[in-house]
Design a protein around this ligand. Structure first.
Ligand code: NAD
Length: 500
C-alpha cells in the first residue's frame, strides 16, 4: 500500500508540473511570439500553428493519459508462470540532458521535456545559443513555472554544451545536426549513457506524373518555405519526371504569389535566416545556378527569397548536404524506379514525401525505401500526430518521441516477475540431479506457448461468456413461454418438439 501511495504522489507531482508548463505556454504566448519574431522573423500565427499548439496538445495528452502510461502493464505468461504476476513497470531513468536546436526552439526543447516530466525524470534543458532571444526567455520563464531544482535551464554555446556532455547523465536527448550528433554520442559513450538523436539530412519528395500538380505545389511550397526553409522535415529536394517540372514550376510561382505576394521580403508571413553564417552557407550552395524562381537576397536582413532551381545534377554540392534554407532543387528522374534508386543511394532520410494517387505506386515506394517517417500526398503533417513516433533512422537519428512514445523513450521498462513460494513441485523438473524424464518434463514446460492474460483478453472472455449465458437464458425463457401458452403455431411447436 505504501508503494502505491508513493506512486500516486509521484503522479500528482508530474501532473502538477505538466499543468504548470501548459500555463506557461498559454500565459506567455505573446512573449514567446515576440522572441521568435526577433530570432527568425516568425509570424505570430505561425508561432502558434507550428510550435505552441502542438506542444499544448502533447502536454494535454500526457496529462490525460499519464495514469495509464505509468501503470504496470500485464504481459503474457507461460504455463510455468500462470499463477504469478508478470508485468512491465515503467520507471524514471533519472536525469535527462535535453539539447535543443534553434529552428523551433520551443517545440524542440519543451517537447522532450514533456516526455521527461511525464516519465518522472529530472531534466536539464540546454536551448540553442543561435535562437538567443528564445533561449534567454526560456531561461527566465521556466523556473517561474516549474520546479527550478528539477528542471533547470542552462544557456551557452558550444563550450558550455561540451562541458555538459562531459558530465554523467541517465539519458541525453539531442536535436540538431548529424555531425554534432556524432560528438554527442561519443561523449555519452564514455558513461554508457543512452541517447536519443533527432537529426536531420536531406528529405526527398517524389512527385508522380498522375498528380494534381496545383494541389501538390501548394502543399510543397508551404512545407518548404515555412520558417524560411529551416525545418528539419522540410522537403529538401523534389524528384519528378522532366514533363512534371515545367508544370510544377508554374504552380509553385502561382502559389508563392498567393502566399507571400509579389515581394516575399515585405510579407509578414515570410521568415529570415537565423544568422550570417547560415545565410552565407545557403548562398554559397546556390552559386553557379540560374534560379527559375527567386534567387534574390539581402544580407542586411538575412533575407533569401523563395528559390527554385531546375535540372540540378545529382552530384552537385547542393545535393550532398542538407540545404536547411528556402532553396528547392528539382532533380529529373525517368520514373518511379529511378526515384527509388536515387533515394536508396543516399543516407536514410528523416522524412520521405510521396505524391502519387496510384495505390500500386504508393505501395512500391513504401516497400522499397526507408526513412524515419513517410507521408503520402502531403508534407510535415505526420509531425502533428502524437500517435506516430517521430524520429530518424540511420543517419537521420535514433530513438523517437511524441505522445506515449516520449514517455516510453524516457522510461526504463522494467521487467517484473513476482512468484510465490508455493507449488514447488511444479519446479522440481528443472533442478538437479537431472535425468531423461525430468529433462523432458522441463523442456515441455519451457516450450509451452505464451498465454495472453491481459485485462483486455479477460474483459473479452467475461463479456463473451455473459452474452452467451444471457442468450441461452432468453432462448429457454421463450421456449418455456411458448410451451406454457401451449402455442399452436407450427413454428413454435416445431422448435418445442425439437428440444423436448
Ligand atoms: P545548433 O547549431 O543550434 O546545435 C544544436 C545544439 O547543439 C545546440 O544546443 C548547440 O549548443 C549544440 N552544439 C553545437 N555544436 C556543438 C559541438 N561542437 N559540440 C557540442 N554541442 C554542440 O543546431 P544545428 O545543428 O544547426 O541544427 C540544425 C540541424 O538540426 C539540421 O540538420 C536539422 O535537420 C536538424 N534538426 C533536426 C530536428 C529533428 O527533430 N530531427 C529538429 C530540428 C533540427
Amino acid at each position: 500500500a505504501g508503494g502505491s501511495m508513493e506512486r500516486q504522489a509521484a503522479t500528482r507531482f508530474r501532473l502538477q508540473q505538466l499543468h504548470a508548463l501548459l500555463k506557461m505556454i498559454t500565459e506567455r504566448e505573446t512573449d514567446i511570439a515576440t522572441a521568435l519574431k526577433q530570432d527568425l522573423n516568425r509570424s505570430q500565427y505561425d508561432t502558434s500553428l507550428l510550435e505552441l499548439t502542438g506542444l499544448e496538445n502533447e502536454i494535454k495528452l500526457a496529462i490525460d493519459k499519464l495514469s495509464v502510461w505509468a501503470a504496470p502493464r500485464a504481459v503474457e505468461r507461460s504455463i510455468l508462470t500462470l499463477s504469478d504476476q508478470v508485468y512491465v513497470r515503467p520507471q524514471p531513468l533519472g536525469v535527462v540532458l535535453i539539447i535543443g536546436a534553434w529552428n523551433y526552439p520551443w517545440a524542440l526543447t519543451l517537447g522532450p521535456l514533456v516526455g521527461a516530466i511525464a516519465a518522472g525524470n529530472a531534466a536539464v534543458v540546454k536551448p540553442s545559443e543561435l535562437s538567443e532571444c528564445s533561449s534567454l526567455l526560456l531561461r527566465a520563464l521556466l523556473p517561474r513555472y516549474l520546479d527550478k531544482d528539477l528542471y533547470p535551464v542552462v544557456t551557452g554555446g558550444v563550450s558550455e554544451t561540451q562541458e555538459l556532455l562531459r558530465q554523467r547523465w541517465d539519458h541525453v536527448f539531442y536535436t540538431g545536426s548529424s555531425s554534432v550528433g556524432r560528438l554527442v554520442m561519443e561523449a555519452a559513450a564514455a558513461h554508457l549513457t543512452p541517447v536519443t538523436l533527432e537529426l536531420g539530412g536531406k528529405s526527398p519528395c517524389y512527385i508522380h506524373s498522375d498528380c494534381n500538380i496545383r494541389v501538390v505545389a501548394r502543399r510543397i511550397t508551404w512545407g518548404k518555405f515555412v520558417n524560411c526553409g529551416q525545418t528539419c522535415i522540410a522537403p529538401d529536394y523534389v524528384l519528378c519526371e522532366p514533363s512534371v517540372q515545367n508544370q510544377l514550376i508554374d504552380c509553385i510561382r502561382l502559389t508563392l504569389l498567393e502566399f507571400y505576394g509579389a515581394d516575399p521580403k515585405s510579407s509578414p508571413d515570410y521568415g529570415r535566416i537565423i544568422n550570417q553564417r547560415h545565410f552565407n552557407r545557403i548562398l554559397s550552395l546556390m552559386e553557379g545556378y540560374v534560379p527559375v524562381i527567386g534567387g534574390q537576397s539581402d544580407a542586411s536582413q538575412r533575407y533569401i527569397a523563395p528559390t527554385v532551381l531546375r535540372d540540378v545534377p545529382p552530384q552537385s554540392r547542393l545535393m550532398q548536404e542538407e540545404i536547411f534554407g528556402p532553396v528547392l532543387p528539382l532533380v529529373a528522374v525517368s520514373d518511379i524506379d529511378d526515384a527509388i534508386r536515387f533515394i536508396n543511394e543516399r543516407e536514410k532520410p528523416l522524412a520521405l514525401y510521396v505524391f502519387c494517387t496510384d495505390q500500386k505506386g504508393i505501395e512500391k515506394m513504401l516497400e522499397e525505401t526507408t526513412s524515419g517517417g513517410v507521408l503520402v500526398n502531403d508534407v510535415l503533417m505526420h509531425y502533428t500526430l502524437s500517435s506516430l513516433p517521430f524520429g530518424g533512422v540511420g543517419h537521420s537519428g535514433m530513438g523517437s518521441y511524441h505522445g506515449k512514445h516520449s514517455f516510453e523513450q524516457l522510461s526504463h521498462m522494467r521487467s517484473c516477475l513476482v512468484r510465490s513460494l508455493a507449488m514447488e513441485s511444479v519446479n522440481l523438473s528443472r533442478y538437479p540431479p537431472q535425468d531423461r524424464r525430468r529433462a523432458r518434463r522441463a523442456r515441455m514446460a519451457m516450450r509451452a506457448p505464451l498465454i495472453d492474460m491481459s485485462r483486455r483478453t479477460f474483459v473479452w472472455a467475461v463479456s463473451a461468456t455473459v452474452i452467451a449465458v444471457v442468450l441461452m437464458v432468453t432462448l429457454v425463457v421463450i421456449l418455456l413461454i411458448a410451451a406454457g401458452l401451449n402455442c399452436t403455431c407450427w413454428y413454435w411447436r416445431g422448435i418445442y418438439n425439437y428440444f423436448w
